[in-house]
Design a protein around this ligand. Structure first.
Ligand SMILES: CC(C)(COP(=O)(O)OP(=O)(O)OC[C@H]1O[C@@H](n2cnc3c(N)ncnc32)[C@H](O)[C@@H]1OP(=O)(O)O)[C@@H](O)C(=O)NCCC(=O)NCCS
Length: 163
């Protein structure tokens, strides 16, 4: 992600069909977004990535690596993208995370009512590892959070199966 991507990524993030599934759901102003980028892009072990298809920016991934090469990801696609964009973004990110960064584990945390993302994680080959009960308060009510994980060994096995 570069400064050139800031406005597109902000427009996707603020779209109602993306924003409602985020852990912080407020509409983000351009200034706040720029300040966030300024800080986050300088953090070690933090990867801010834009997914491109046919030379067009189609999605965003935020990868935060903790000690032991365990990372958590957050992501969204451009809401006007065709079906299949998410799967392409996910597979490319898995190749990057395990193939290039050599991570040990990738974790995704999903709000319970985000059925699309829950299916999405399972479709990519993540294991559901637990349900954190009423783990998120959105200002009005508590929501369960589903936790998904994939190990490097599991990704390698999937690679073998897909050949
Ligand atoms: C989650 C997201 C990345 C999926 O991208 P997408 O382009 O819609 O997904 P794809 O079309 O590639 O579909 C991939 C899988 O997701 C699941 N999925 C996609 N659309 C779905 C829907 N409407 N209902 C249920 N599951 C759905 C399916 O498992 C699908 O696999 P299949 O088509 O083989 O059954 C995208 O919808 C998104 O950005 N959502 C808003 C932000 C968000 O929720 N981010 C994740 C926060 S944890």
């Amino acid at each position: 992600m570069t400064e050139w991507d800031l406005e597109s990524v902000l427009a996707w993030r603020n779209h109602p069909e993306v924003r409602r599934f985020m852990f912080s759901r407020h509409e983000i102003e351009l200034q706040e977004h720029k300040a966030w980028f300024e800080k986050a892009s300088k953090q070690a072990n933090r990867y801010l990535l834009v997914f491109e298809q046919d030379a067009q920016a189609r999605g965003f991934v935020n990868l935060a690596v903790a000690s032991g090469s365990i990372a958590e990801w957050g992501f969204y696609t451009d809401p006007s993208s065709p079906k299949g964009t998410g799967k392409a973004l996910g597979n490319q990110l898995l190749s990057y995370a395990f193939g290039e960064l050599k991570l040990h584990k990738l974790v995704g945390q999903v709000l319970a009512y985000n059925e699309r993302s829950r299916n999405f994680h399972l479709r990519l080959g993540f294991q559901q590892e637990g349900i954190l009960r009423q783990q998120h308060f959105d200002g009005e009510q508590y929501h369960d959070v589903y936790s998904y994980g994939m190990l490097a060994s599991e990704w390698q096995q999937l690679q073998g199966e897909n050949q």
